[in-house]
Design a protein around this ligand. Structure first.
Ligand code: IPE
Ligand code: IPE
Ligand code: MG
Length: 265
């Protein structure tokens, strides 16, 4: 706990934000024994953020990258184990080609600017989603991340790229049928746990907390299976404006929730 506190205060100096009492108060109120293990975020609102400023949508995505950097640091400082960021959905291919191309180049840009710090923080980078339609240069950036960080044991940072939960569920069903046909899976072994092992998120815990920015109150094909008992947190704030403060607020609200899983307290 003390370590997490120290990291948070140190991290804060690094990003160069002047200390404010609000922030220290929020941090002091956090229960470090109850930090969510897995936080998943639907990073929404980049386009609207840009439009509001008379900028092209891609300027919003660029600004959103800064938020990614900040939130990854804070998540790591807090001792969160898994951070999944919804970066590109299977439905996002419907967007104009220029925008899609821009988004596909972001993993390489993120690699170039962040790999050093991610490694020094012992962060492991992975992706969840279907690799097949992603361009070679996107996959090569992701594979570079995987290769360079595979031994790391700290925060797992997952990018949900070309991710769609319905297609993930079908992928799992196909995998099971294939294993059954090959004699590796018996129908009697099929239960929630085995099924979960066939999803892209195979060895990850379900998200404890799911955050969506920018005012939309929907799931948009994100982790339909995994979110069954997650706490959901929505904010009007657009992703580029989502800073440490909003993140700490979400964690604090999460810690006030009563998770019952259908049972009684
Ligand atoms: C989220 O911002 C980023 C992606 C979906 C890739 P949007 O691009 O959806 O921004 P809005 O929702 O149009 O404002
Ligand atoms: C969800 O946002 C996908 C990502 C954040 C990557 P969208 O902006 O694509 O979702 P809809 O279209 O508003 O449902
Ligand atoms: Mg959107």
């Amino acid at each position: 706990m003390l370590e997490a506190l120290k990291r948070l205060f140190r991290g804060h100096q690094e990003i160069g934000v002047t200390s404010d009492t609000d922030r220290s108060e929020t941090i002091k109120q956090l229960k470090f024994g109850q930090i969510p293990k897995h936080v998943a975020i639907i990073m929404d609102g980049n386009g609207r953020w840009a439009a509001k400023r008379g900028l092209p949508r891609i300027a919003g995505h660029q600004a959103g990258m800064k938020t990614v950097r900040e939130i990854v640091r804070v998540a790591d400082d807090l001792g969160i184990e898994v951070l999944t960021l919804y970066s590109f959905s299977t439905e996002n291919w419907k967007r104009p080609r220029d925008e899609v191309n821009f988004l596909m180049k972001l993993p390489q840009e993120f690699f170039n600017s962040e790999i050093k710090e991610l490694k020094s923080r012992n962060i492991r980078v992975e992706m969840v989603g279907s690799e097949s339609q992603l361009p070679g240069f996107t996959m090569s950036a992701i594979n570079q991340f995987r290769e360079e960080t595979k031994e790391n044991t700290g925060l797992q940072l997952n990018f949900a790229m070309n991710y769609g939960s319905r297609s993930e569920i079908l992928y799992a069903v196909e995998g099971m049928l294939r294993d059954q046909a090959g004699g590796h899976l018996d129908i009697d072994e099929v239960n929630e746990e085995t099924f979960a092992r066939y999803l892209y998120t195979r060895d990850l815990p379900d998200p404890d907390l799911m955050i969506r920015t920018s005012g939309e109150i929907r799931i948009s094909n994100f982790m339909l299976w995994q979110l069954a008992y997650s706490e959901l947190w929505f904010t009007e704030t657009a992703w580029p404006d989502f800073k440490e403060k909003s993140f700490l607020q979400a964690i604090q609200d999460y810690q006030r929730r009563s998770r019952r899983y259908g049972a009684l307290k």
